[in-house]
Write a protein that binds this ligand. Sequence first.
Ligand code: PLP
Length: 366
Amino acid sequence: MIKFLDLQKINLAHQKEIEERLLNVFRSGWYLLGNEVKQFEENLAQHTGTKYAIGVANGLDALRLILRAYIEMGVLKKGDEVIVPANTYIASILAISDNELTPMLVEPDMNTYNLDIYKIEENITERTKAIMIVHLYGRVMFSDELIALAKKHNLKIIEDNAQSIGAIWNGTKTGNLGDAAGFSFYPGKNLGALGDGGAVTTNDEELSKTIRALANYGSNQKYVNVYQGLNSRLDEIQAAVLDLKLKYIDVENDRRREIAERYISEINHPAIILPGRPENRLEHVWHLFVIRTADRDNLQSSLAEKGIQTLIHYPIPPHKQHAYKTWNERSYPITESIHNEVLSLPISPIMTNFEIQFVTDTINNY
Ligand SMILES: *Cc1c(COP(=O)(O)O)cnc(C)c1O
C-alpha cells in the first residue's frame, strides 16, 4: 500500500541521529528553555534569513501570539479586521478570532489556491489593519503588488508559513517576506517534530521580545509578569529533533519538487486538473500535491481500492463549520468548489520512483 504520508519511514531515515539527540536531552536533565531550543532558534532564524526566531508550542499558538503581541504593543486593537483566505486551514482564522479581531474571509485564486490580490483590495475597509497570507499547500503567496497594497493602507503582513518552510520568493524565504510569520512543526508538515511544535520568525525586535514574554506567562524575568500571558513553549526534545531535521529540509523539499514535476508532466487524465507550476520552481515546496476533479469521491475510492491512500485538504470550508455558525449562510463559491473537488496525492521525500510511477499509471488508467 502507498500511504498518504509514511511518517515512520520519514523519521527512520534519520534514526541514528535522532536517537543520539534524544539521548543527549534525556541525559542532560534540562527539558525546557535550554540549549536545544536556543540552538534551533538560531538555526531557524539563519535558515529563514530573519533576525529572530522564537520556539513555541505549535503553529496555532505561533499565529495567536503574533496577533496578541501586536495588541499588547498597541499596533492592533480588538475589533480590527484581518484579511485571511476563505479556503485556508481553520487554524489561520482561529488565531484571529481568538484575539477578538475580525477575520475578513477573502476568496482565493482558482489557479494558485492562494489569495487573489484584486480581491484583497476590494475587501479593505477603514478597520483593516493586517493581512494574513497563507502559503497554502507550500506555494508562496507574495508579490510586489502585495507589498505596495500593504504600504498604501498601512497593513501588517503576517505569514502563515505552516505549510511552506523553505519556499523562496525572489531570493527571500517565506517567513521573511512579511512582518512576522508563524511556523508549524506538526509531525506531517515538511519539517515535522515527534509531536507538536511551532515557531515565530520576525525582524522586529520589540515584537520578538513581546512574543517571548507572552509565551512564557507574560514574563521576561522569573516571577515578574508584564502581561497576562500563556504557556506556549517548544520543549527541548522537539527542538533537538527539529534542529537535526532542519539540516535536511532543503534537500527534502527539492525531492518533493522532483516528484511534483513528475506528476505534472506524466499525469494526463482529461477529467483531472493538475496544480499549476509557479514561475520559479523555488516558490513551491509541495507540502501537498492537490489535484481537482468533479468526480473526486469516486476517484478517491478507486485509488483506495488499488492501494493508494489520498486525503482531502479540506473537506469542509471554515465558513461552513459549526465553530463559525454565524457564517454558515454566507457564500464563497470559489472556496466551496475547491472544497468539493480537491484531492491530495501522496507526496513525500521518501517516496520511491516505483511508487510515483504506480500513482501516475493508476490515475491515468482511471
Ligand atoms: C498546520 C497548520 C496550522 C496549525 O499548526 P499546528 O502546529 O497544528 O497548530 C496553521 N495553519 C496552517 C495553514 C496549517 O497547515
